[in-house]
Structures are given as structure tokens and as C-alpha cells.
Design a binder for this molecule. Structure first.
Ligand code: BTN
Length: 259
């Protein structure tokens, strides 16, 4: 049951951004907002165009995983044309924008798990997928895909129930998707602009990252390492201290906590 209407008018009315969300398309249902966003980006739609789906039938996540996207949640993609030197900070921008949004709308303090999950009390509430096209060292486009478990009874989904949560599970009440989307667009624009000429976004991202100092198992392709997370560099790569004292860098992959 959804209790708010995701019309273009409702999302954009007095939004207060300069470019993110100034052009929005809302679909009742899509396979994935990523595909439509990428086609739109190839057609050079204006920067900040947002593709929203009320539900996705083939939502996808990182590492070829799926993303459960029934009505009541928020699934959207934001199209940007960043300079290549700012590409790696998009994940920091998006995850911090989510943290600010969740705090403002629900009062809950969420945290970040490297590389791009947003957690509440250790359970995943939001996933971020960044896809881009690069041509001759120039970014043709970047799409930030964000999926947020807003109104979702996670117990209805056995495959994610042990590891996921939703804003409605945490608040025990309906959470406005409209408030989430509007705040998210404002925060994303603010942090995107800030990330272009300051280290503040990287710093705040690190300050809110649960993974730092933890013993983890890191998987990258075929390689699996166990070690302690020292830090995450400005380009987003994880710096792991191995038991033999060596430091290794991961630019992509996944980590799980070692108990
Ligand atoms: C992950 O945690 O692995 C990333 C999940 C990203 C899901 C979002 S929902 C909106 C956009 N459309 C998709 O199909 N995926 C992203």
C-alpha cells in the first residue's frame, strides 16, 4: 500500500536544486532504471536528469546480484557528466547523501559499509550502483543507481531477511517516499558540487564508514584476503593490512566482517 504519489509535480515542486532533478521521468514499472538512464545519457539529456520507477521487475545490484524493488520502495537513477577525476567520488557523494537523507527524514543514524552499502544497525537499507562510459579518458556519462528499502516488510523476503532492513521496519510506520527522494536529490547536488573542490566529502565518508578498523574478508575477483581495514583512499580503494604486515589495495570487490 503506497500512501504518497510520486508525480513529477510532487517531486519537483519547490525542490530547490539547480540541476539534479530539474528533469524527472517517473515510470510506474521498469525492468531497471539503469537501462533507461543509460539510453537517456547516450542521447545527452541534461545533467541531473532523474529516472524513477515505482517498481522494478529486474532491479540489479553490484556483482551481478539482483535488487528487490517492489512498490513502496525508492528506485532511481541520476545521470551526470562528471570530469574523469571526479568519477571515483560519486559513490561517496551518493552514500553520504543517503546518510543525510535518512537522518533528516527518519532521525535514524545510518552508516556506510565499503564500497557502497548503507546500513542501519549492521543491516543493509540502501544499495548504490555506479555505471559509466569512458571514451578517450573522458567520461561520456555516469549513472548513479540508488535503491532504498523504504516501505518493505523484509520478513516477506526470505533471501534478504537476515541481512536487510527497511526504513518502515525500523520506524514501524509508513515512510514518505516523496520526502526521501526530494531530500536525496538536494543532498546529492550539494555533495556533488562540494566534492569537486574539497576533500570534505571523502573525510565525512570515512568518518561514517563502519568498515574502518574491522577485521574483514575481502574478495576481489578470484582473490580472497583476510586482514584489518586501515583506511579507504580518496579514489575509493580499500587499504587492507594483512597479518604479515603487508598493505594491499582493493579498488573493487566486497568485504564481509570476520567474527
Ligand atoms: C547493490 O547494493 O549491489 C546496488 C543496488 C542498486 C539498486 C538500484 S535500484 C535503482 C537502480 N536500478 C537498478 O536496477 N539498480 C539500481
Amino acid at each position: 500500500m503506497v500512501k504518497d504519489i510520486l508525480s513529477v509535480e510532487n517531486v519537483t515542486n519547490k525542490l530547490g536544486t539547480h540541476f539534479i532533478g530539474q528533469s524527472i521521468v517517473v515510470y510506474p514499472q521498469l525492468a531497471s532504471t539503469m537501462e533507461i538512464a543509460k539510453i537517456a545519457a547516450m542521447n545527452k539529456v541534461i545533467e541531473g536528469t532523474v529516472i524513477i520507477a515505482e517498481e522494478q521487475t529486474s532491479g540489479r545490484g553490484r556483482l551481478e546480484r539482483g535488487w528487490i524493488s517492489p512498490k513502496g520502495c525508492v528506485t532511481l537513477s541520476i545521470i551526470l557528466y562528471p570530469d574523469i577525476k571526479h568519477l571515483s567520488s560519486l559513490v561517496m557523494v551518493a552514500s553520504l547523501a543517503m546518510l543525510h537523507t535518512i537522518r533528516r527524514v527518519t532521525g535514524i543514524k545510518a552508516s556506510i559499509k565499503w564500497p557502497n552499502d548503507v546500513l542501519i544497525k549492521g543491516k543493509k537499507v540502501c544499495g548504490i550502483l555506479i555505471e559509466s562510459a569512458i571514451n578517450n579518458k573522458n567520461v561520456s556519462y555516469a549513472v548513479i543507481g540508488i535503491g532504498i528499502n523504504v516501505n518493505l516488510n523484509t520478513r516477506d523476503y526470505a533471501e534478504i531477511a537476515p541481512i536487510a532492513t527497511s526504513l518502515s521496519d525500523e520506524k514501524r510506520e509508513y515512510v514518505s517516499r516523496l520526502d526521501i527522494i526530494r531530500n536525496l536529490l538536494v543532498e546529492t547536488e550539494k555533495l556533488y558540487l562540494l566534492s569537486r573542490n574539497s576533500d570534505a566529502v571523502h573525510k565525512e565518508w570515512l568518518d561514517n564508514m563502519d568498515t574502518i578498523g574491522k577485521k574483514v574478508c575481502a574478495k576481489s575477483g578470484e582473490n580472497i584476503y583476510e586482514g584489518t581495514v586501515k583506511s579507504v583512499s580518496k579514489d575509493g580503494s580499500l587499504i587492507l593490512l594483512l597479518p604479515d604486515g603487508k598493505l594491499v589495495n582493493f579498488s573493487a570487490g566486497d568485504v564481509t566482517l570476520v567474527k
